[in-house]
Design a protein around this ligand. Structure first.
Ligand SMILES: C[S@@+](CC[C@H](N)C(=O)[O-])C[C@H]1O[C@@H](n2cnc3c(N)ncnc32)[C@H](O)[C@@H]1O
Length: 282
């Protein structure tokens, strides 16, 4: 028992295991995630309703969203942004790996009589002939990717953006990393049954990786006959680190701002946003 518990709390190698897709595709967990997504009062899977409307308003205004504009929302979830943007007459595509979320997105669009292309696709590997004027990645999903994932994502973005088109996304900042505390929690049915509809014991450990500006929330879930571990990595960015990654991926025209409502960059804030525009030679 002592050895098993020691193994549960042992610090994993940075990015040694990545389990992001499981979080969104496991039938039970994805149902809980969707419930969080659709709760207008929490900032968990999506931003709170009031803030979300401000984001949509800023994007619409800043990028002149309307008829003739081609927009892709990477990791569109249940279509909260795709449907709102499609109301302007823009041609909107949403990509996601969660069949459950896409089902909700489709029915939302159908209810309003909107034509939105919702595709079950991994944005790391997605390829088609479509080109977009604007690609969105909302809710700091960039930070959940390991370094090779971020490179793959930027490659997909670059290949699908029209020249002059923009990639718009937000990230967790280095200031937010300062607030991360290492801790260890145990509970039967950890997080009120979030991880399984069967009885389980859950261990939640948070780790900091100082040099890499990375944190890990590891959830290890023990059920009768089944043990699973979920690794939620977050990379926190300085302005220079993020700009460096974008430059390396060929995005030389980068504009940084405070968030996706168009506020000004604040180095003390817990997050910031970027607009990376595809230049002619990109
Ligand atoms: C935190 S949620 C944000 C959803 C949406 N952008 C919003 O703000 O309402 C992340 C979404 O990205 C999706 N996702 C995660 N990894 C993905 C990948 N590699 N390709 C496509 N979708 C992905 C998840 O299924 C989930 O719906």
């Amino acid at each position: 028992m002592f050895e098993e518990l020691s193994a549960v709390i042992a610090r994993p190698a940075v990015y040694g295991q990545v389990t992001t897709p499981e979080l969104w595709t496991d039938p039970h967990i994805s149902e809980r995630m969707l419930a969080a997504h659709l709760d207008p009062h929490v900032d968990l899977s999506t931003y709170r309703a009031e803030y979300l409307e401000q984001v949509v308003a800023w994007i619409t205004d800043r990028f002149d969203v309307g008829a003739g504009r081609r927009i892709a929302d990477f990791g569109c979830g249940p279509g909260l942004y795709t449907t709102r943007l499609a109301r302007t007459g823009a041609s909107v595509t949403g990509l996601d790996i969660s069949a459950r979320s896409l089902g909700h997105a489709d029915s939302l669009a159908r209810t309003e009589g909107l034509s939105v292309r919702h595709l079950r696709q991994n944005y790391l590997t997605y390829r088609d002939d479509a080109r977009y004027d604007l690609i969105l990645l909302v809710m700091r999903d960039y930070c959940a990717l390991p370094p090779d994932g971020r490179k793959a994502l930027l490659r997909t973005v670059r290949e699908h953006l029209e020249t002059g088109g923009s990639f718009v996304f937000d990230v967790d900042s280095a200031s937010a990393f300062a607030d991360v505390r290492e801790r260890s929690t145990y509970a039967p049915s950890l997080m009120d049954g979030f991880w399984s509809d069967r009885p389980y014991f859950g261990f939640h450990n948070t780790y900091r990786y100082e040099r890499e500006y990375v944190s890990l929330d590891k959830y290890e879930i023990f059920e009768a006959g089944r043990t699973r571990a979920f690794f939620n990595w977050v990379r926190y960015f300085t302005l220079e680190d993020l700009t460096g990654e974008l430059n390396e991926a060929g995005f030389t025209d980068v504009h940084v701002l405070g968030d996706l409502t168009g506020s000004s960059y604040d180095p003390e804030a817990s997050r910031f946003a970027a607009i990376a525009t595809k230049a002619a030679a990109c």
